[in-house]
Design a protein around this ligand. Structure first.
Ligand SMILES: Cc1cc2nc3c(=O)[nH]c(=O)nc-3n(C[C@H](O)[C@H](O)[C@H](O)COP(=O)(O)O)c2cc1C
Length: 404
């Protein structure tokens, strides 16, 4: 076994070792199941309406009725494809004990999207012993085998979006995944891949999937996750799904448009500067940490910086474009930067947002600042847009009083 593991390790050197990442791939209810074998055990299907609202983690959100019914979350996981022997070695073969790594990831994607869950299962399950499973999987790979499946997806035509999860098996995919793709035509459907691996990353999996489903629209945004990080990857994979625009949880704070636009206030002394955050993941991470009372420091002649308590998730965030008024995050140091002068673009510098009011005050920031989610009325926002870049919040509030 050690030999095989070291082989994985050697191959892994070619890949990023980031525990969980969203890759921009560079390279080239209902029931979702229909029986194809009369001896098949019951397929586990999660109805899109069955998950609880709490899954969103937000009290102020509600289910969008639109989302979910057209989304299929199909996955292969060893734990769903093994007969557990009584003496299975849970240390040597951890992911064979349910829930499997990909199984867990798929569950979170299902909860976030409200889609239908489909476990790809073979009629002849794999050994639960790690070495034996590796051997059989390798034989199947060598034979270019297509293991028979318990069932296929019923009413596949109802889905236009498919999240497809799999483990890296022998630098590629379990051969059953190819059988699945050949028997369940994903042509014309939008497909998002998520993968768990033992340091080998995506390896050849995307090429193999693309070959087996040549007419599927496979997104370049792929979530991959190191096996030991899979059980704690709920937040990153939900963030990925949200970033793709498939979360079924929608904010309903209509009376708080500023919050929807993610505007924040930065207060120091009598001064207030207002920023509008972009919709990137890093801006989202900062937004979630508010309110913050924190020390700001001078850096160089064009920056005020602070270190947020938690690092920001840059997996889907734009790079900062040089210019005063930018709120940015420098990932190597983990600091948030208020720019008040020009700066050089940098591949590790991510834009969080832009100043919309009080930009001229940024250079005076010092000491303790308080950052807050901004709760404004639509009148205040309109006023602010008209006076952007010049007007501190207290003036706008005064203006609004005059209007009344
Ligand atoms: C048969 C088999 C082959 C594997 N081959 C690889 C590999 O080539 N590279 C790699 O990084 N991990 C490999 N792994 C590790 C799995 O990708 C990893 O443990 C994954 O998290 C398992 O997900 P699961 O629990 O949902 O099956 C292999 C695992 C098995 C069982």
């Amino acid at each position: 076994m050690k030999k095989i593991l070291s082989l994985f390790a050697a191959i892994a050197m070619a890949f990023s070792l980031a525990a969980c990442s969203t890759t921009e791939y560079q390279g080239n209810n209902s029931s979702a199941a229909s029986e194809s074998s009369s001896t098949a055990p019951e397929q586990e299907i999660t109805d899109s309406s069955s998950s609880e609202m709490e899954a969103s983690g937000s009290d102020s959100s509600e289910i969008s009725e639109e989302q979910g019914s057209n989304i299929l979350v199909a996955y292969f996981s060893w734990a769903d494809n093994a007969i557990l022997a009584d003496d299975v070695d849970a240390v040597a073969s951890p992911s064979v004990i349910p829930p499997g790594n990909v199984q867990q990831l798929a569950g979170w994607v299902q909860e976030e999207t409200g889609g239908d869950l489909f476990s790809i299962r073979v009629t002849d399950p794999y050994p639960s012993d790690w070495d034996d499973c590796l051997t059989r999987a390798n034989e199947e790979r060598g034979d270019n085998a297509r293991p028979e499946l318990v069932e296929n997806v019923e009413n596949l035509h109802q889905y236009d979006t498919v999240f497809l999860g799999y483990p890296n098996w022998w630098y590629g995919v379990p051969m059953a995944l190819l059988r699945f793709l050949e028997e369940n035509d994903l042509s014309g459907k939008q497909v998002y891949l998520f993968c768990s691996h033992g340091t080998g990353g995506l390896a050849n999996s995307v090429e193999l999937i693309t070959e087996a489903a040549p007419n599927a629209i496979i997104s370049d945004s792929i979530f991959d996750c190191y096996e030991e990080e899979a059980p704690s990857s709920e937040e990153p994979i939900r963030t990925w799904v949200k970033g793709l625009g498939y979360s079924r949880w929608v904010e309903t704070e209509a009376e708080s448009p500023a919050a929807q636009q993610r505007q924040i206030s930065v207060q120091f002394g009598e001064n207030t500067v207002i920023y509008e955050l972009n919709d990137g993941t890093a801006a989202g991470s900062l937004y979630e940490q508010l309110p913050l009372t924190i020390q700001v420091e001078d850096y160089s002649t064009n920056e005020k910086i602070f270190y947020p308590p938690q690092s920001l998730d840059t997996s889907d965030s734009p790079l900062a474009q040089a210019g005063a008024g930018t709120l940015a995050y420098y990932e190597p140091w983990g600091d948030v930067v208020f720019f008040y002068g020009d700066y050089n673009e940098n591949p590790s510098l991510f834009e969080l947002g832009q100043v919309i009011s009080g930009g001229e005050l940024v250079s005076e920031m010092s000491g303790t600042i308080t950052m807050n989610v901004l709760e404004l009325t639509s009148q205040e926002i309109e006023a602010m847009e008209g006076l952007a870049g010049e007007t501190p919040l207290n003036v706008i509030r005064g203006w609004e009083k005059e209007m009344k």
